[in-house]
Design a protein around this ligand. Structure first.
Ligand code: FES
Length: 109
């Protein structure tokens, strides 16, 4: 049985989204260029096993679309539904802020 995360706070069986477009972390980058969110996570090493990282990266993109300059509380609240077995939540704040700066300035995260 396969699961897929479609949006914040929502977990769907993949069979329920048959025929829908699904964005994965691999769909964020362009040839030879990572997205600001991907760059920020790689640059800060905000993960341990990496199992949760694609979910965080996708959610950070959505968070920054909705809230371009989130504070720590907004970041923690928004990302709290992405489960991390190693509890890397405190380390995730830094790449979110780096990605936000990268989006604003266009400079490397
Ligand atoms: S780093 Fe492994 S689940 Fe989060």
């Amino acid at each position: 049985m396969a699961f897929g995360v479609l949006s914040r706070d929502t977990l769907y069986l993949v069979t329920f989204i048959d025929g829908a477009d699904v964005l994965t972390v691999e769909g964020l980058d362009t040839p030879n260029k990572l997205s600001p969110e991907q760059e920020a996570f790689v640059g800060t090493v905000a993960f341990q096993c990496g199992y949760c990282t694609p979910g965080f990266v996708l959610m950070v993109g959505r968070l920054l679309d909705e809230t371009p300059d989130p504070d720590d509380h907004q970041i923690k609240h928004y990302l709290s539904s992405n489960l991390c077995r190693f509890a890397t939540y405190p380390q995730v704040i830094e790449p979110v802020k780096l990605a936000a700066r990268k989006r604003k300035t266009g400079t490397p995260a």
